[in-house]
Design a protein around this ligand. Structure first.
Ligand code: RIB
Ligand code: CA
Length: 307
């Protein structure tokens, strides 16, 4: 598995789930600008790798901005440092040598046909990799993307999910590529990956340093969910995406559809239109998760925090 991340508070839990999973071998992590500026996302990924005891997994620096648009971050959601602003020492760590895009291409060559890519942030690195080596399409076994919303209720604009909104041009390139794409949208996070306060307390009471880390860094997101998205707790979009990538049974319903991303409109930039009824006649280019298993996800999360 190769992971691309804009490491902030939910990405960190997704990384922890992957690092702890016996089912997967994480061969590399590339970092992309998104939730926070690139240098912070890199430090957050390196810090998380250390907390998880997985300094054996290389972490590479990727794209510092979207393909066309200026970078828009989500520090209002995840905190200025992306990790809940709880005072962690998130500086001074060194990433592995090489660019994240080159590392993804190299891994796809080394594990051709077997490598699974999980993207947890904007798709800038993946779009750049496709430009640099179109043959990537034939070497990736699957691409699991945290992104879009099947019910079109956005979390950064009325209709767009953040990862798609940051770099819609990258999304358009990925959707046109022919890659085997699987989307886990923010609708799934909002409905099937919300951790309410009593669950958060129970998970933190596991008492491991990892459990305390994964819960404590959600401080800012919990506030955002309470006041802005009006959820009953904090939601974990990247973790449920990662859990699904590892355990497909977390998906209770999926649908093959033709997806297109808006790149021009100021109002609907980043909206991923999903052709449910086949109006466009476009061949389906993605599998979209429609419903997921909250209990199975929570069991995976609890097992990770206990590890
Ligand atoms: O919309 C949720 C996504 O945006 C998650 O990946 C979160 O980390 C942010 O990147
Ligand atoms: Ca993310």
């Amino acid at each position: 598995m190769f992971i691309d991340t804009d490491t902030a508070s939910d990405d960190a839990v997704a990384l922890a789930i992957a690092f702890a999973a016996s089912e997967v071998d994480v061969v590399g992590v590339s970092v992309v600008a998104g939730n926070v500026p690139l240098d912070m996302a890199v430090q957050n990924a390196l810090y998380t790798r250390e907390v998880c005891g997985r300094t054996d997994v290389p972490v590479y620096v990727g794209a510092d901005r979207p393909l066309v648009l200026p970078l828009g971050t989500a520090q209002n959601v995840h905190g200025a440092d992306g990790m809940g602003d709880i005072g962690l020492d998130l500086t001074g760590r060194t990433a592995d040598v090489g660019h994240g895009v080159d590392a993804l291409i190299a891994a796809s060559q080394e594990y051709a046909g077997r490598l699974e890519l999980v993207t947890l942030g904007p798709l800038t690195n993946l779009a750049l990799a496709l430009r640099r080596d179109p043959g990537l399409v034939d070497r990736l076994a699957r691409v699991v993307i945290m992104g879009a919303v099947a019910d079109h209720i956005g979390n950064v604009t009325p209709v767009a999910e953040f990862n798609m909104w940051v770099d819609p041009h990258a999304v358009a390139a990925v959707l046109a590529s022919g890659l085997p794409l699987e989307f886990v949208g923010w609708d799934i996070s909002r409905r099937d990956a919300v951790v309410v306060p009593t669950q958060a307390e129970r998970l933190r009471a596991i008492g491991t340093p990892l459990a305390e880390f994964c819960i404590d860094i959600q401080a800012t997101v919990a506030q955002f969910c309470a006041t802005e998205t009006k959820l009953a707790g904090f939601d974990l979009p990247d973790p449920i995406t990662m859990a699904y990538a590892i355990d497909g049974d977390i998906a209770l319903e999926t649908r093959q559809m033709y997806l297109r991303c808006e790149t021009e409109s100021e109002l609907t930039r980043g909206m991923v239109a999903m052709d449910v009824l086949g109006f466009t006649g476009g061949e389906p280019n993605a599998t979209v998760i429609i419903r997921a298993d909250h209990e199975r996800f929570m069991a995976r999360l609890e097992a990770t925090l206990t590890s």
